[in-house]
Structures are given as structure tokens and as C-alpha cells.
Design a protein around this ligand. Structure first.
Ligand code: NG1
Ligand code: ZN
Length: 532
């Protein structure tokens, strides 16, 4: 058959012996090793589309990794990550030697009882890496090898591709499946309350200014594209726009979070707000520099706190009985968890690292706010919650406060990208909240004080010997490791530490927090020695 002819041709051959794993963020490694993986993910996405009878997404990106790397991730019909079973198929297909590829493919078709005459539709997107063009072509080749239809969105952010897939599969109910449609929906929801004058009276033009570090990646391009839709309600100064610097190099959300320092290439005056996107614009962190020149980071935990506080106030004002929860991972700063539980009195859940775990847990509540400390997160509204908000917004009654709250809740639903964490959408929601509350970044930062913390990476010969439990907060193997960590933690005040194998890099990650920075640094160092 033609299929066999294509599969056996020298198109996108696999280097013999190469083994890769579909990890927390799909496949991710040096771009030179990925051509065959891309072709095969095109094949797999086509099968997934036939199986679900829906459009599937394939995103070519390695997010915050260096420019030389690349990666690929599949997007399921509602814009979420693929299921574990299909992650397993992805790994099988990617690692099948050339002569076994057809059998591996037939195995998936058989196990999933796929009707091969079913139509298939695949949306493909890519980031700005130099390798992304040819790698996304390999994905498209894979789709057409199995007779699937594809739509190439070209350069888009990861969350934009998730959004397109969700719009397409909900027949436009979530929005229009175009980049223009995305800007229109988000920007209207951002501008609407501001034009109605619900923002605080002390919100001056100065307050509308924001410096954005685009990490020299796709997010910068997309902020430029969006600017005209913002109708001057937000004045953005864009830095690291890709015109000079290298992708993610000394800049971007991951650099800022891990280094706890401002990115190079950005200029912000003391007290002004800045934010950094990562390489595919699904993460965002905020920061400012105080009058003493001290850098202050507002990470995913601070963002989750700001958003959940805002939503909780609105629910009270709207007299809506909806259950709100915040989902975090072990990396969440201990101060944020305390504040949310003890002062805010919201439900807090802790899951394993990786968006799919947080997303899943957040779906269990009327309103689930989830953020990783590194700035990846969003807000999920249950169908019932959305309907209640919608009804109230249409029929708010005479009470002005209730009317205002209903409108703000409705705009929050529309401005947030519920499919996945989205730097652009999160930025618009945060900017709207600050404007509406008349809050400065210093006031936001003062909601609670972070415990000093340190993250380290340790290279080991085989990181898989470390096995964890309790949402990765305790190590169960190798024997003795957890006991060693426990006794080190006991030496410091307000201390906590854990280790886990990374799902995206060949390292073990060490996290420590304590009363002082010196203690956090010492503890992280001591624990990393215990890992060897
Ligand atoms: P790993 O490498 O498994 O720690 C990192 C991030 C995750 C997530 C993924 C996917 C940290 C500590 N870990 O995972 O939160 O964002 O990358 O990009 O930031
Ligand atoms: Zn990313």
C-alpha cells in the first residue's frame, strides 16, 4: 500500500538505537534528534483524531529550554493534554526502529479499534526556534501520510494552539478558531469593565504601563500583534522581542524564577511593574525593583493568590454560592499555602508537578485556580458555575454591587484561557485586577511574604532511582534518602525540602525553603549532597 511505501521510505528515518520518553511536557531534546519523532507524532495525532472524531493539536516547541532544543506535544479535543495511554503510544511509536514502525502503528490501530476510513483533522503550531520550521513540516508530512487533513497555524504560542483546538471542537462556542478571534475575545473581556468605569478612581495613566520581557520568543511577536486590540487601556513596553537576543538566554520566566533576578535586556524604573514570558508564552511571572534596587519576584503563587482573592470577593458581592479552590505543587512557597488556607480560607490542593495533574484537580471544583510556582496556570470554571454567572450577569436585579460583581465575573470567564496556562491571557487578567482594585505591585506583593527558597539541579547517573510519594513531597527510594532529608530539615527554622527527578531534563531537582536565604541555600546544598 502507499502507507507502507511512505513508512519504509527514507523520509524522516529514525537513528537506530535512539530512545526518548514522552514526559511531563511531551518529547523534548536537542532538535537534531527529533525529525522522526515529529513525523511519527503527525501519524499519532491523525490516529487520535480518527479515534476521538475531533480535531487534535500538535505543538512544536521546547518552551523555556535553550534555542538548540525542540520538542512536541499533542493537544486533545478540549485543549487538554493527551491521556496517559496515548502518552504510552507516543513513546512506543517514537522508539520503534524503522523496520518496526508499521507494526507499532498497526498495534495502536488494533488496540484502540480505530476506524481508518474516519476523517482526521490536525492543527499544527510552532514556536520561533530555527529548527521549528522543518520539524513542523515533518509533523504535517506525518498527517498526510495517513490521509489526514491539517491546518498549519504557523507561529503561535502554545496556549493559542490549545485555544484553537478547543474552539474548533466546540463549534465556535468557546470562540473563533483564529488568532484574530483570540485577540478579540480576550481584549474585549479585558477592556469592557475598564470602559464601563469600574476601575478604581486612583488608576492613573502611569498605572496602565507594563514592561514585558518576551524571552526573545513567540510571546513577543504575539504581544505586538495584539497591541492594537488593547485600545490604549494597557501601555506595553516590549523588551527581548527577538530582534537581537537569543531565545530564553538570560531572560524569560524560567530564568527570572530560578535566578530570582531581573532578566537582561529590560529597563524598568523603581516601583514599576515588569513581567516575563517563557519561550512558548504559557508561563508568566511579575516583578519590580524597589527604591533600594532590591528585586522582588511575584511568581505563580502570588498570581494564584491575587486571582483567587479577587474571585472570592466577587462571589461574596454577587451572593453566588460557588466553591473555589487553589491547586498548587510541592514547589509552592510555604507562605502562600498558609495564607490561602489560614487567612483566605480557601481549599488548597497539592498535586504532582506537571500541568495535567493540576488541571485535573482544578476540574473538581466550581472554580479551580491552579498555578505552578514557575508561573504556569489558569482558572477553570465548571459548566454549572459558568451558567450561574451568565444568568446573574443577564439578570442582576437592582443591587449595584451585585451587578458590578456579576459583570466582572463574566469578563473574568472570557479573559482567561481555560484550556491551559497562558502568559498573554494571565497578563490581561492580572492587569485588569490591579486596575479594578487600584492596587500597586508593592501592595500585591505585601499580601504575604515569601519564605526564602532555593532550587538546585543535581546530575546523577540515573535519576529514575528516585521515587516519590505524597505529591512528590517525600522520597520512598533510594532507601535512607528521606530520613537524611528529614534530619537536615530539622536543623533549620520554618524549613522544608524535597527532591524529585525532573520530567524534562536529565537531572534531579532539589528544593529548599527556610526562615533566611542563607538557611535555604545551605539546606538545598546539603540535600543535594545527600542525593549523590
Ligand atoms: P520538571 O523538569 O519535571 O521539573 C518543569 C517544571 C514543571 C513544568 C514542566 C513542563 C519546575 C520545577 N518544573 O518540569 O513545573 O512546567 O517543566 O514545562 O519548574
Ligand atoms: Zn512554556
Amino acid at each position: 500500500t502507499t502507507l507502507e511505501a511512505i513508512l519504509y521510505s527514507s523520509l524522516h528515518p529514525k537513528p537506530a538505537g535512539l530512545v526518548l520518553q514522552y514526559g511531563t511536557a511531551g518529547f523534548r531534546t536537542n532538535a537534531k534528534q527529533l525529525d522522526h519523532v515529529m513525523f511519527r507524532m503527525g501519524l499519532l495525532a491523525t490516529l487520535r483524531s480518527k479515534k476521538t472524531e475531533a480535531t487534535i493539536g500538535v505543538m512544536v516547541t521546547a518552551s523555556h529550554n535553550p534555542e538548540e532544543d525542540n520538542g512536541v506535544k499533542l493537544v486533545d479535543p478540549m485543549g487538554e493534554m493527551v491521556t496517559p495511554t496515548w502518552e504510552g503510544y507516543a513513546t512506543q511509536l517514537a522508539n520503534a526502529e524503522q523496520e518496526d514502525l508499521l507494526a507499532a502503528l498497526k498495534d495502536v490501530i488494533e488496540k484502540e479499534a480505530i476506524n481508518m476510513s474516519q476523517e482526521a483533522n490536525v492543527f499544527v503550531g510552532k514556536d520561533t526556534r530555527s529548527s521549528s520550521a522543518s520539524l513542523s513540516q515533518a509533523v504535517l508530512d506525518g498527517v498526510s501520510a495517513l490521509g489526514g487533513h491539517s491546518k498549519d497555524y504557523g507561529l503561535v504560542t502554545t496556549p493559542q494552539l490549545h485555544y484553537m483546538v478547543c474552539c474548533q471542537n466546540t463549534q465556535g462556542k468557546y470562540g473563533e478558531a483564529t488568532v484574530e478571534g483570540y485577540y478579540k475575545k480576550l481584549c474585549q473581556a479585558f477592556i469592557h469593565p475598564l470602559h464601563l468605569g469600574v476601575f478604581a478612581s486612583n488608576c492613573t495613566d502611569d498605572q496602565k504601563h507594563l514592561s514585558v520581557d518576551g524571552a526573545n520568543g513567540i510571546g513577543a511577536l504575539k504581544v505586538r500583534e495584539m497591541e492594537s486590540h488593547l485600545k490604549k487601556e494597557l501601555h506595553i513596553s516590549l523588551f527581548n522581542d527577538g530582534s537581537k537576543g537569543k531565545l530564553n538566554h538570560q531572560c524569560g520566566a524560567d530564568f527570572v524564577k530560578v535566578q530570582q533576578n531581573a532578566p537582561t535586556g529590560i529597563k524598568i524604573n523603581p516601583g514599576e511593574r515588569g513581567c516575563s514570558f517563557d519561550g512558548d508564552a504559557d508561563r508568566i511571572v511579575y516583578y519590580y525593583i524597589d527604591s533600594e534596587g532590591q528585586f522582588h519576584l511575584l511568581d505563580g503563587d502570588k498570581i494564584a493568590t491575587l486571582i483567587s482573592t479577587f474571585l472570592k470577593e466577587l462571589l461574596t458581592q454577587a451572593a453566588l454560592d460557588l466553591k473555589i479552590a487553589v491547586v498548587q505543587t510541592a514547589y509552592a512557597n510555604g507562605s502562600s499555602t498558609h495564607y490561602l488556607e489560614d487567612t483566605m480560607k480557601v481549599i488548597v490542593r497539592c498535586t504532582k508537578t506537571g500541568v495535567k495533574h493540576l488541571h485535573h484537580a482544578a476540574q473538581e471544583f466550581d472554580i479551580g485556580v491552579y498555578f505552578e510556582a514557575n508561573g504556569h496556570g489558569t482558572v477553570l470554571f465548571s459548566k454549572a458555575a459558568e451558567e450561574k454567572i451568565q444568568q446573574l450577569a443577564e439578570n442582576p436585579g437592582a443591587d449595584d454591587e451585585r451587578k458590578r460583581a456579576a459583570l466582572l465575573l463574566q469578563n473574568t470567564v472570557n479573559v482567561i484561557n481555560q484550556t491551559v496556562g497562558d502568559a498573554i491571557s494571565d497578563m490581561l487578567l492580572i492587569e485588569a485586577i490591579l486596575a479594578i482594585k487600584g492596587m500597586t505591585i508593592q501592595q500585591w506583593d505585601a499580601i504575604y511574604s515569601d519564605l526564602p527558597n532555593r532550587q538546585l539541579k543535581v546530575k546523577v547517573s540515573d535519576r529514575r532511582v528516585i521515587d516519590t510519594t505524597d505529591a512528590e513531597r517525600r522520597a520512598v527510594s533510594p532507601a535512607g534518602l528521606q530520613e537524611a532529608i528529614d534530619s537536615l530539615v530539622k536543623k533549620y527554622r520554618q524549613a522544608r525540602s524535597f527532591v524529585r527527578p525532573s520530567g524534562t531534563e536529565d537531572v534531579v531537582r532539589v528544593y529548599a525553603e527556610a526562615e533566611t536565604q542563607e538557611s535555604a541555600d545551605d539546606l538545598a546544598h546539603e540535600v543535594s549532597l545527600a542525593v549523590y
